[in-house]
Design a protein around this ligand. Structure first.
Ligand code: MG
Length: 361
């Protein structure tokens, strides 16, 4: 099974409500879709969102990277030569992790198809079903309380609350949400780099004193402030999760060895796909560091690739794959089943996506 051509298209899906974090506000998913066709007529699909504020990638840069560098490098290669393909994919250009991730997942999709197995089985097959959290956007407190209550009513018992825009007010935000949803719901807090190290310590300690029972705090300080993250981790009981700080396996080792975080958030758009994510997972397994699998604002293709990785590996203990739940519609056929907080893995080979309504060129 050889790669015959690599094409791109775009998909546009409105969100149910605007997605707001400390870094940005987004109204719809507008992503690049990759289609790889083989000489045997099989199709593999991938997807990349333009998350310029985090990865530096835009729609045009993703398309340009695939058309001018990645496509010409991989065309003609055997899908079974997975290692060779991945070396070329990551060696043909620097950066551009989102473009690489989209192509990587389309290759893994085809790899699963070439072996006739669902991808998660080939990646370890740890479980058939995942439970995802749901993101609550940064908004005025009453709206966040209402959104949290609705999420719990809809069956999402794990909430990821976005904060980091208003400093100390965030404690009050979380206090009111905890009071509204009751003691059973799991609350995760994601500051998206919005606090300083000292602010983080003050706020997390306050939340601990108030017994708000926070599962973890994600990326409290700026991505490059490793010292700050270390400062925070050593002064609070609550688990600290590194997100924007860790893109590569090398950064994962650094964070673990410096004891700057308790957990690592793996996202395919940061690593450049499954192949590099597996390296971080290997490192995490050696050190016994649990991982979260996360996503950007992605629709079902990219989220499903991440779901296969999470279902394959038991070191991934936290699942933040709510992209499809945030979308107003599902334009695809096939793939894992997204039912409220549950994600059930498919029986089809590869990632399992059967039909993609995009115009490819
Ligand atoms: Mg995050």
């Amino acid at each position: 099974m050889r790669i015959k051509k690599i094409q791109t298209g775009r998909i546009h899906i409105p969100l149910k409500v605007p997605f707001k974090t400390a870094l940005r506000t987004v109204e719809s998913v507008e992503d690049v879709i990759v289609r790889i066709e083989t000489d045997t007529g099989e199709e593999g699909f991938g997807e990349a969102p333009p998350t310029a504020v985090i990865t530096g990638d835009t729609l045009e840069s993703i398309e340009g990277a695939i058309k001018n560098f990645i496509g010409p490098s991989l065309t003609g290669m055997e899908i079974e030569n997975l290692d060779g393909i991945m070396k070329k994919l990551h060696g043909c250009m620097k950066g551009n992790t989102s473009a690489k991730a989209a192509v990587d997942m389309a290759v893994y999709d085809l790899y699963g198809k070439s072996l006739g197995r669902p991808l998660y089985k080939l990646l370890g097959g740890a479980r058939e079903e995942l439970t995802t959290d749901l993101t609550i956007s940064v908004n005025p407190i009453p709206q966040m309380v209402e959104d949290s209550l609705r999420a719990v009513e809809d069956g999402f018992h794990i909430l990821k609350i976005k904060v980091g825009k208003e400093g100390y007010k965030d404690v009050e935000r979380i206090r009111q949400i905890r009071q509204a949803v009751g003691p059973e719901a799991v609350i995760r807090v994601d500051a998206n780099q919005g606090w300083t190290a000292k602010e983080s310590v003050r706020m997390i300690q306050k939340m601990e004193d108030l017994d708000l029972n926070i599962d973890l705090v994600e990326q409290p300080v700026p991505a490059e402030d490793l010292e700050g993250m270390k400062f925070v981790k050593s002064r609070v009981y609550t688990r600290i999760l590194a997100d924007e700080t860790v893109f590569s396996p090398k950064q994962a080792i650094r964070v673990i060895e410096e004891q700057a975080a308790d957990m690592i958030n793996i996202k395919l758009m940061k690593t450049g796909g499954i192949y590099e994510a597996l390296k971080i997972i290997n490192i995490a397994e050696i050190y016994g560091i649990e991982c979260m699998i996360g996503c950007m604002l992605e629709s079902k293709i990219a989220v499903s690739a991440a779901a296969h990785l999470a279902a394959g590996k038991s070191i991934i203990t936290a699942v933040d794959l709510d992209g499809p739940s945030l979308c107003r519609e599902d334009p695809y056929e096939g793939g894992p089943l997204y039912e409220g907080a549950k994600i059930r893995m498919p029986k089809e080979a590869g990632i399992g996506i059967l039909k993609v309504p995009a115009a490819f060129q």
